[in-house]
Design a protein around this ligand. Structure first.
Ligand SMILES: C[S@@+](CC[C@H](N)C(=O)[O-])C[C@H]1O[C@@H](n2cnc3c(N)ncnc32)[C@H](O)[C@@H]1O
Length: 396
């Protein structure tokens, strides 16, 4: 879509811009390039440029990752400039290797080959693959009974002896119960289903508008987590998986969320970042895991508007191993008022709330250790809170 929009806009103004009357030499050289590569060249280069912009956008402008792509783009420009030079100095030998129509056919063949490859990759991994250690800790969120994986043709599900069945769709087990989507959970789920497809873009724009260092911001709430390579980590309300990128390599990742749209985008992100995580469609207030399953459990950005915040915190504690540090971070009332109550899509969801947002310090059970609340102030305002505490090694 981005390519089509870009090509349309470029098509409207490029001809004039490409041949400025005041620079006849440039105009002449571009005409040479055009006649050499045919009419498909500007279209191809426009799409190439659009794809580069899109890629840079997806990499959040991170210099290290951009370098490879910029080098590739540079190489293409050098080759194009080389052809133009050959044409200008009158040598047609090399240029004749790639006449206009052949170039168009070459682009088409490349596009077909890439589509075929993408289809092959998509069909190749049809089955849900969950690490055996994750399969071992799965349990029904309703009854707590352990679950097994069953396959019937191409269909898969998690079942147990109590007759419960949780289908697996698009590689994600659906562990939701009918009453998960009620009250505020239902209301905000509707919002995330709407914005899920461009949630990451909203975050990028917010970071850019606030002139913030996005990575430093995420690290400011993630750094208290004590995660080491080899640990198992659970994020409840994982959304599109943005926080996973900031964990050390070699960690076994698991995420749950109540929104299918957010998890679909999380899958796409993980593929792009070459990360692997077990994802589950589930309510954070009723986790589908056995007690003491994870070395680290954390939550970012959803708890303020859960139906039952205390239950969600008890669940995080239940599935965390003794001695582990737990993190709960979310926006402050100041931020919700400033941003969400004013946003064009979000205002309808956040105005007329029953009560203001508060950090759930009072909901942390008293037996937890090292309870600490930190207010984060990007752009000089209290925007985010990070609440940490440690589960005791021996629970009474
Ligand atoms: C603001 S997003 C945060 C996503 C991610 N943690 C991040 O930091 O980018 C909030 C997420 O909470 C999820 N959520 C809301 N209520 C939930 C619930 N009861 N159980 C699980 N996830 C929930 C939403 O679907 C959404 O993906």
């Amino acid at each position: 879509m981005f390519g089509v929009v870009f090509a349309t806009i470029a098509g409207a103004w490029l001809p004039a811009g490409f041949a400025p009357a005041q620079d006849q030499r440039l105009s002449l050289q571009l005409q040479h390039l055009g006649s050499m590569l045919g009419s498909s060249a500007p279209v191809f280069l426009t799409y190439w440029f659009a794809a580069t912009l899109m890629w840079v956008w997806n990499q959040k402008f991170r210099a290290a990752r951009m370098r490879q792509w910029v080098s590739l783009l540079g190489a293409v420009c050098v080759v194009a400039a080389g052809f133009a030079l050959l044409q200008t100095i009158g040598s047609t030998a090399l240029a004749s290797l790639l006449p206009g129509t052949s170039f168009a056919w070459f682009c088409l063949a490349a596009a077909i080959a890439l589509s075929g490859w993408a289809l092959f990759i998509a069909l190749k991994d049809r089955a849900w693959e969950c690490r055996p250690q994750t399969l071992r800790i799965l349990q029904s969120p309703a009854t707590g009974q352990p679950l097994q994986l069953v396959r019937k043709g191409s269909r898969q599900a998690l079942v147990n002896s109590a007759g419960e069945r949780f289908p697996i769709r698009n590689h994600i087990p659906d562990m939701r119960r009918p009453d998960d989507l009620t009250g505020d959970n239902r209301k905000y789920n509707y919002l995330y289903e709407i914005i899920g497809g461009f949630y990451d873009d909203i975050q990028r724009v917010a970071v850019a508008c606030g002139a913030m260092d996005g990575e430093a911001y995420v690290m400011s709430y993630m750094s208290p987590l004590e995660v080491e390579a080899g640990d198992s980590v659970l994020e409840t309300s994982v959304g599109t998986g943005l926080n996973f990128k900031y964990l050390p390599a070699g960690v076994s990742l698991t995420g749950i969320d109540l929104s299918p749209e957010m998890l679909t985008n999380c899958q796409a992100n993980l593929r792009r970042w070459q990360l692997q995580a077990d994802l589950f469609l589930s309510n954070a207030e009723c986790l589908p895991f056995a007690d003491e399953s994870f070395d680290t459990v954390f939550h970012v950005g959803g708890i303020n508007f859960f139906n039952d915040r205390a239950k969600a915190i008890r669940e995080m504690i239940r599935v965390a191993k003794p001695g582990s540090r737990i993190l709960i971070a979310d926006e402050t009332e100041e931020h919700v008022k400033d941003m969400y109550e004013r946003g064009p899509i979000t205002s309808g969801f956040f105005r007329n709330r029953k009560e203001p947002v508060t950090a759930p310090v009072d909901l942390v059970p008293p037996e937890m250790l090292e309870t600490h609340l930190e207010l984060l102030k990007p752009m000089g305002k209290n925007r985010f809170y990070a609440l940490t505490f440690r589960k005791p090694k021996v629970c009474g």
